[in-house]
Design a protein. Structure first.
Length: 96
């Protein structure tokens, strides 16, 4: 369950949408789906160590996946995008 690598145009549009959708710095909610038992969940969580994150997790009905939500204060859309770019190649992790 690996996300395809995003192109530059996608991130430019996403940055514009983020800039228009809220004030910065501000609270941003990241959402990920992680394959159950994936060692990548700890690595994914470590990407937020510098941001005083508020994590919440919910297992799927068959416990095959975990929904991971992360609320953090981000300084800018570029900071949000940097996190998403770090997660792109994590096997077993899908950003929503």
């Amino acid at each position: 369950m690996q996300s395809p690598q995003k192109d530059t145009d996608f991130y430019l549009r996403f940055e514009e949408q983020l800039q228009a959708s809220q004030e910065w710095p501000g609270i941003y909610l990241f959402k990920f789906i992680v394959k159950a038992g994936a060692a990548q969940k700890a690595l994914l969580k470590s990407f937020f160590n510098d941001f005083n994150p508020d994590f919440s997790e919910k297992n799927s009905s068959k416990n095959t996946f975990t929904s991971l939500s992360v609320k953090v204060k981000m300084s800018s859309p570029k900071e949000v995008i940097a996190i998403y770019k770090k997660t792109e190649n994590l096997e077993g992790v899908m950003a929503l």
